[in-house]
Design a protein around this ligand. Structure first.
Ligand code: HPA
Length: 270
């Protein structure tokens, strides 16, 4: 017998077919990945058509982290776009490898999506200018996860991972938005003070444990990416205060209204 290997791209195409069948929506326009602290903001984006456990779709695993719902919501926006909202994501630190981390983005693109909005909670490396609860546009990233979702000699250009056009569009919605370079570690440990000092020297403005691998997968697939961090702990590792996941989620609850309006207005301009 011949064993044909199911690639991650095949699996994403399969998940997209199941998604179309279960939602009755033939094609999606935009996908949003709601990171820690962003889930409460999802309701503002549009009218829910249907919300499914991700485990209904091939290749998705149940969420491992509190505050990550593990559902995918099909939404109709005010402007008439079909949006796909992932309420939670798979992280590299869960130990399942890199493919599950980017499966949502690949599924979304296979379902028609051309614009991917990636949100996350991040430590702020520039406490001089960042306040708790600030949204910051990701202008670029430094991938220190030690992983990459692409294997083989596929040389993808990353000179503009985070679309300048989409950042400008977001700033047209909220001119107070600042920009920064997001550094990703694998986690799940938060950074040591020495690591935080290193990241500042390297030119990082934000630090977290997600987003970069999804952004790379989206660019490989030719989708346009907007990344937004919610600064949950300015001065990460520098302020001498221990950090915990519950505090990260609490900032999201406190800023849900503002982040919801921001996302809804950005999506309506797409
Ligand atoms: N470090 C890494 N990930 C994070 C942080 C942080 O300080 N805050 C929220 N997610």
């Amino acid at each position: 017998c011949t064993l044909s290997k199911v690639t991650p791209y095949d699996l994403a195409a399969e998940a997209a077919t199941t998604l179309r069948n279960l939602t009755g929506i033939p094609s999606f326009d935009v996908a949003l990945v709601m990171g820690s602290g962003w889930v409460p903001a999802a309701d503002a984006i549009g009218e829910t058509v249907i919300e499914l456990a991700v485990t209904k779709l091939p290749g998705f695993s149940p969420p491992a982290v509190a505050g990550h719902a593990g559902t995918v919501r099909a939404v109709r926006t005010a402007a008439g776009l079909n949006a796909l909202i992932f309420l939670g994501r798979t992280h590299l630190y869960e130990g399942r490898g890199v493919e599950p981390v980017v499966h949502g983005v690949r599924t979304a693109v296979a379902a028609g999506v051309r614009t991917v909005v990636l949100t996350n909670a991040a430590g702020g490396l520039r406490p001089e200018t960042q306040k708790v609860g600030d949204p910051v546009l990701i202008s670029d990233h430094i991938n220190l996860t030690g992983s990459n979702p692409i294997t083989g000699a596929t040389f993808i250009d990353l000179t503009e991972v985070y679309s300048k056009r989409l950042r400008d569009l977001a700033r047209a919605v909220d001119p107070t938005l600042s920009e920064g370079v997001y550094v990703a570690f694998r986690g799940p440990t938060y950074e040591t003070p020495a690591e935080i000092r290193m990241l500042r020297t390297l030119g990082g403005d934000l630090v977290g444990m997600s987003t970069v691998l999804e952004a790379i997968a989206a660019r490989e697939a030719g989708a346009e990416v907007l990344g937004i961090s919610l600064v949950t702990n300015p001065g990460a590792g520098l302020v001498g205060e221990p950090l915990n996941h519950e505090e990260v989620l609490e900032v999201g609850r406190a800023t849900a209204a503002r982040m919801g309006v921001l996302l809804a207005q950005v999506v309506d301009k797409l």
